[in-house]
Design a protein around this ligand. Structure first.
Ligand code: FPP
Length: 237
């Protein structure tokens, strides 16, 4: 019998893809093998989110702090990301809008060109927005937004009083998108690790004792069901 799909229409979901290294270690494999499997799971879960009618999904792929990892591991993740940038052209048939959040200046120039191209090509899409957070840091994003607005004040375009919560939200990499309704962290850790600090103000945090490379569509169904059991008050009663 076909499994009933969970109610996810219009939801916004953040996902911290954690546990790739431990998954590889458990199998006596190099850490990069965990990232390779993690990238496959990322692709499948992103397609599943679209099938479920999710409005925005944010995947944490590489943080501003991840540069301190061994060079071999960094180049492994960058290679996977580069391969994905080519494969993502397949999304043309999928009504998915692609966005890359983070500081791309530190990424290879040819990646930056492909990222711009994918964003431009997919901007006309009306389905889910798939956000890939690459060289992304929540603090870096807030500082970036503050610099953008400070420059506008300096240029006389706005007054300091116009630096409101709404103006800040509009200067984030995620401008115009819904804040995550919930942030999912597999691998048993209970931290945000600099992920979407501004947008997470009222996100439900759902952690799961499963490593990302083992994560399945059924696990996402379970996370969505858990989200629906939560009572959200947004500061009210
Ligand atoms: C965290 O697990 C994972 C990362 C830092 C990298 C995630 C990257 C990918 C899934 C692949 C590349 C992305 C795309 C979009 C193709 P960890 O290494 O910190 O795991 P550990 O805590 O078990 O060591």
């Amino acid at each position: 019998m076909a499994q009933e799909k969970p109610a996810a229409e219009g939801l916004s979901i953040g996902i911290i893809m954690d546990g790739n290294g431990r998954w590889a270690k458990q199998r006596g494999l190099p850490r990069t093998a965990g990232h390779t499997k993690g990238a496959q799971v990322f692709h499948d879960i992103s397609l599943y989110c679209n099938e479920l009618g999710v409005s925005s999904v944010y995947f944490y792929a590489f943080s501003t702090e991840n540069w301190i990892r061994p060079a071999e591991e960094i180049s492994g993740i960058m290679r996977l990301f580069g391969e994905y940038l080519i494969k993502a052209l397949d999304y043309e048939k999928d009504n998915i809008r692609l966005k890359f959040l983070g500081d791309r200046a530190r990424l290879p120039k040819e990646y930056q060109v492909r990222m711009d191209d994918l964003e431009t090509r997919s901007a006309v899409k009306t389905g889910m927005t798939l956000n890939i957070c690459m060289n992304y840091g929540g603090r870096d994003e807030i500082a970036h937004a503050a610099r953008t607005l400070a420059q506008k004040v300096k240029d006389g375009q706005i007054s300091p009083e116009e630096i409101t919560v709404e103006a800040m939200a509009g200067a984030m990499y995620s401008a115009g998108q819904k804040d995550p309704d919930f942030i999912l962290r597999p691998s048993g850790e209970k931290r945000l690790s600099n992920f979407m600090l501004w947008q997470a103000a009222y996100s439900e945090l759902i952690e799961m004792d499963k490593l990302w490379p083992d994560f399945t569509r059924a696990d996402l169904d379970a996370a969505i069901a858990e989200f629906h059991r939560r009572s959200r008050r947004f500061g009210g009663v």
